[in-house]
Design a protein around this ligand. Structure first.
Ligand SMILES: Cc1cc2nc3c(=O)[nH]c(=O)nc-3n(C[C@H](O)[C@H](O)[C@H](O)COP(=O)(O)O)c2cc1C
Length: 184
């Protein structure tokens, strides 16, 4: 049996040049030994319709199966209008339904987020933490990875070049693994 610790990561942005997709790719370069990160693209998940939650679209079935198979979840969220983007909320809503079949139930989860602004998605991250209560997920508290002024820290090729932020993400991944093992 494999002892690799498996994290499923997704970003709440579909944008090609997304800062949040960039920091997720950076996480993939900063994994502690024995940890792997699978990045799931939310592109193609339709708008949630409760009429279909008993028989969801294939992409949603795939998403839920991958969540269930993961030891922990890593979410990179943009901030839209002081909250999380609809793309991310929509994916979470699908993953949590139908009632009684919440694939996110009990999962350890870490958040990070990047914004060109000065608060680095802080408001969105706290909204997301509120949803974790109803989802019964177990969020890691620290470090808080709020990447401010993202356009100065991510280059034109989408690489995270800020060493302090890279160190913070490395620490986040290490803490996520320790947290997941502690609460198992
Ligand atoms: C609809 C919309 C609302 C936004 N609202 C906020 C906001 O509340 N706070 C913020 O820091 N940036 C806000 N922004 C700017 C985003 O932080 C910026 O577009 C960022 O690049 C999005 O993340 P991404 O690069 O991963 O796509 C908003 C952008 C859009 C399109």
């Amino acid at each position: 049996m494999s002892t690799t610790f498996h994290i499923l990561g997704f970003a709440g942005s579909l944008r090609k040049g997304s800062f949040n997709r960039s920091i997720l790719r950076a996480a993939n370069e900063l994994l502690p030994p024995g940890v792997e990160l699978e990045i799931f693209d939310l592109e193609g998940i339709p708008l949630f319709n409760q009429d279909y939650d008993q028989n969801p679209p294939e992409k949603v079935k795939e998403f839920k199966a991958k969540i269930r198979a993961a030891d922990a979840i890593l979410i990179a969220t943009p901030e839209y209008n002081y909250s999380i983007p609809g793309v991310l909320k929509n994916a979470i809503d699908w993953a949590s339904r139908p009632y009684g079949d919440n694939s996110l139930e009990g999962k350890p989860v870490a958040i990070m987020g990047a914004s060109p602004g000065m608060l680095g998605t802080a408001r969105a991250q706290y909204h997301l933490r509120q949803s974790f209560v109803f989802l019964n997920m177990h969020p890691l508290n620290r470090p808080e990875v709020m990447v401010t002024f993202a356009s100065d820290k991510i280059d034109k090729d989408g690489k995270l070049i800020d060493s302090k932020t890279r160190e913070l993400i490395r620490q986040l991944l290490e803490n996520l693994m320790a947290w997941a093992r502690k609460i198992k």
